[in-house]
Ligand binder design. Structure first.
Ligand SMILES: [Zn+2]
Length: 472
């Protein structure tokens, strides 16, 4: 194994966010009932003419630019012919000889620039749903715009493939071209993997891997395949060029087809669509819409804010959250405290909202007050979380909520004294235990104070007072 080098290339298909399909006006809505978003064009009736959806070009250009690709401005489509039940036309309109983008790269977290071979536009096929002894077909997906992103065989471990996929997904979400939801099939990945002697210039025989539905699945399938090929090579045998499927039940790859059944796709230029040129103005205007990319943002955050890397990774994992974070610190410039509240209580509450971030109404200014009041002791943890829950989807003023709900934390020793004495006189057993060395009993007593003050006491002040009174 030690003298072998792993060589991996990845092919990612992503559905881009358009209202309508790539060559007709049918909706791309994923929720629609089966076979309701179809028309003669996407079902390939004879004599119909496709019309190219310009939005697909803009989104594809955005991907190319974000991946540092050179753009081929002369655009034409080709037919990729094959027969399969989910493809009603018996050909797929795609780009072959002249992909929209070429020779780009994606920088991944470890700083490596994985080179991108090509980025091209094409249409998706329909979806087959296999039942026990019959299959169903849904043509809603037929003609949905797809962008295929093919890396060079430039990835050297299953973990690096996993990092590449996560970096690519985050990038695509950041630039707003796709929701990258693997469950809905809007991001799919195939891999090819081969081994060669370290230092060899020629690639080994590659095996193509399909049917991996998660990034972890891709990593596991590659791990398995590397081990399998190592054993084959160490026995002095040859790896067979074939396509293998990842079996998610047995956690192994199984042969799907060998090279002898390889397709000849008979590519030829699509005669029903005209060639056209992409203008420099269009490329320029699309480039301007690309904001700071995830990796740049991460580096800037690391430099600018005194927050640990793990927290920065969470903040930048949603562009919305990173932006909100920077808005809040305009009002309350304590990044560490703001980040704690965003990653902790805020994300926890967002996860319980049906619509996630899109349901959040609280303004940065209002949020900053919660963090400030908590940090300065006006609100305790419980009170601050309650205020947040009342304002998160309403943006109701924080001061108004605190006054109405009487949530101001009681930190004054004079105000707390009565409660402390009450708790001490009514819990002799806990006090005895504490004096005998059971430290936990003090927290029970603090809990009692929180209970009778309805959560308003400052727990730290209450704890200090209890300790002092008991030891007297
Ligand atoms: Zn259609």
């Amino acid at each position: 194994m030690n003298d072998l080098e792993i060589v991996i290339g990845l092919e990612v298909h992503t559905q881009v966010k358009t209202e309508s399909k790539i060559f007709c006006a049918c909706s791309t809505n994923f929720e629609s009932p089966p076979n309701s978003n179809i028309c003669p064009v996407c079902c390939g009736y004879p004599g119909v003419l496709p019309v190219f959806n310009g939005k697909v070009l803009r989104l594809a250009l955005k991907i190319c630019k974000a991946l540092n690709c050179e753009i081929n401005k002369d655009i034409y489509f080709e037919r990729k012919s094959y027969f399969y039940p989910d493809l009603p036309k018996n050909y797929q309109i795609s780009q072959y000889k002249m992909p929209l983008g070429e020779k780009g790269y994606l920088e991944i977290l470890n700083g490596k620039k994985v080179s991108i071979n090509r980025v091209h536009m094409e249409e998706d096929a329909g979806k087959l749903i296999h039942k026990d002894n019959y299959s169903l077909i849904d043509f809603n997906r037929t003609g949905t715009p797809l962008i295929e992103i093919v890396s060079d065989p430039d990835i050297n471990s299953p973990q690096e493939a996993y990092d590449y996929l996560n970096s690519l997904k985050l990038l695509l979400i950041y630039i707003g071209v796709s929701d990258c939801d693997m469950e809905k099939g809007s991001l799919r990945c195939d891999a090819n993997v081969s081994l060669r002697k370290k230092g060899a210039t020629q690639l080994g025989t590659k095996v193509e891997l399909k049917n991996m539905n998660t990034f972890k699945g891709v990593r596991a399938a590659l791990d398995y395949e590397v081990k399998r090929q190592t054993i084959v090579l160490n026995k002095g045998e040859d790896v067979i060029q074939e396509t293998r499927l990842w079996d998610t039940q047995k956690l192994k790859t199984v042969v799907m087809r060998t090279k002898s059944d390889a397709h000849d796709y008979r590519y030829f230029p699509e005669p029903d669509l005209l060639n056209f040129y992409v203008s420099d103005e269009l490329i320029e205007s699309v480039s301007k819409t690309i904001e700071e990319l995830p990796l740049e943002k991460k580096r800037r955050f690391m430099e600018k804010y005194n927050i640990i890397e793990k927290e920065i990774d969470v903040l930048i994992s949603y562009s919305w959250l990173a932006k909100f974070f920077e808005e809040i610190i305009q009002f309350y410039p304590k990044p560490k405290d703001v980040s704690n509240w965003l990653i902790g209580p805020f994300l926890e509450q967002v996860n319980n909202l049906d619509k996630g971030f899109s349901a959040v109404k609280i303004s940065a200014e209002n949020f900053s007050k919660i963090v400030q009041f908590f940090t300065e002791g006006k609100l305790n943890n419980l009170g601050a979380k309650k205020v947040l829950s009342l304002s998160i989807t309403t943006n109701e003023d924080i001061d108004t909520i605190i006054e109405r709900e009487k949530l101001v934390q009681v930190s004054g020793q004079d105000e707390l004294l009565k409660f402390v004495e009450d708790v001490i006189s009514s819990n002799p057993k806990a006090i005895q235990e504490y004096l005998e060395g059971k430290d936990k009993s003090i927290m029970f007593l603090v809990g009692q104070i929180m209970k009778i003050t309805k959560g308003k006491a400052n727990p730290q002040v209450a704890k200090d007072m209890l300790e002092r009174r008991i030891k007297k």
